[in-house]
Design a protein around this ligand. Structure first.
Ligand SMILES: Nc1ncnc2c1ncn2[C@@H]1O[C@H](COP(=O)(O)OP(=O)(O)OP(=O)(O)O)[C@@H](O)[C@H]1O
Length: 282
């Protein structure tokens, strides 16, 4: 069984990758990602962009080693072509044990993760949960200090540690979810829309948290985000998907300035317009 090589460079290597959802409810197998090629170098932050339904979440979940984790069979991702590896571990036919070995190092923030926090746990327990699940022996004081530092960065008062998800706003829940994804010190973070549902004033706090984490650990990141503030602060390379295929790939400024694909041009315009709207709001 392949063991994760944590200093592998690139961290993520994807070549001509195709991913499908199985046929269900009388429908056909659906190819969500088609022939995608890219790499994320060690310590690099790359963004995946593209309109709704372009395959971003499918690709992110698969690369996070969670492709077969979905409860329903119909949501399990099938590797139908090409290759993908993370920390030199090939993802095709990844067994359960190999997956759990890999996911110990790959943090994953699912889309809308703030909405799926365990309702019966308070924020403190939600943050400790991944650690407790891994081992009963940990330095509670050191972790407590780290949690306090993260709470400060995302501007959540410490009193919130005692509150339950239903007592928090949507944006507060999302901030807790992002903190939780960092608790196991992932060497690679794959995050699906980390600032989604967070108001414009609080989005920079999530950006700040990711920047802080990255400075501490030099972790690599694959971010799905259309948040222009986040892209500008953290990202250099972007991959643009449309209907499962790559339609742009390269330096963010180059891609947006010299976009030769109509969709990328429209996306760049839309992102600029969003940024201006936000400035106008403030
Ligand atoms: N469980 C599933 N079964 C069949 N098709 C699916 C399933 N989940 C997603 N799809 C389809 O796969 C395609 C890619 O979906 P995906 O969620 O990866 O796109 P996305 O770019 O992340 O979109 P969004 O920005 O809306 O999250 C879509 O056409 C979607 O309808």
């Amino acid at each position: 069984m392949a063991h994760p090589v944590l200093d592998a460079d690139p961290m993520i290597h994807v070549s001509d990758l195709s991913l499908s959802y199985p046929a269900h409810a009388g429908g056909r197998e659906f190819e969500a990602v088609e022939g995608v090629t890219f790499a994320v170098a060690r310590g690099e932050i790359v963004a995946l962009l593209g309109e709704s339904g372009s395959g971003k979440s499918t690709l992110a979940r698969y690369l996070a080693g969670r492709g077969r984790e979905a409860g329903e069979k119909s949501a399990r991702i099938k590797h139908t072509g090409g290759s993908a590896s993370v920390f030199d571990v090939p993802l095709r036919r990844l067994g359960r044990r190999a997956a759990s070995r890999l996911t110990a190092y790959v943090g994953y923030l699912a889309q809308d993760a703030g909405a799926t926090l365990t309702p019966e746990l308070n924020v403190g327990d939600i943050l400790f949960e991944p650690i407790v699940e891994r081992s009963k022996h940990f330095d509670r004081d050191a972790l407590g200090e780290r949690i306090a530092e993260m709470m400060d960065i995302v501007a959540l008062p410490l009193a919130k540690l005692q509150e339950y998800p239903y007592e928090l706003s949507k944006g507060q829940r999302q901030r807790v979810a992002v903190m939780r994804a960092l608790m196991l010190d992932p060497t690679l973070l794959i995050a699906d829309e980390p600032t989604l549902g967070v108001d414009a004033n609080n989005r920079p706090k999530i950006v700040e948290l990711l920047r802080w984490y990255r400075e501490r650990t030099n972790a690599g990141m694959l971010l799905i985000s259309h948040d222009i503030g986040m892209l500008e602060a953290l990202v250099q390379d972007v991959i643009v998907l449309q209907q499962g295929r790559t339609v742009g790939h390269g330096d963010i400024n180059e891609i947006f300035r010299h976009a030769d694909h109509g969709y990328v041009q429209r996306l760049a315009q839309a992102l600029r317009a969003t940024a201006y709207d936000e400035i106008a709001e403030e």
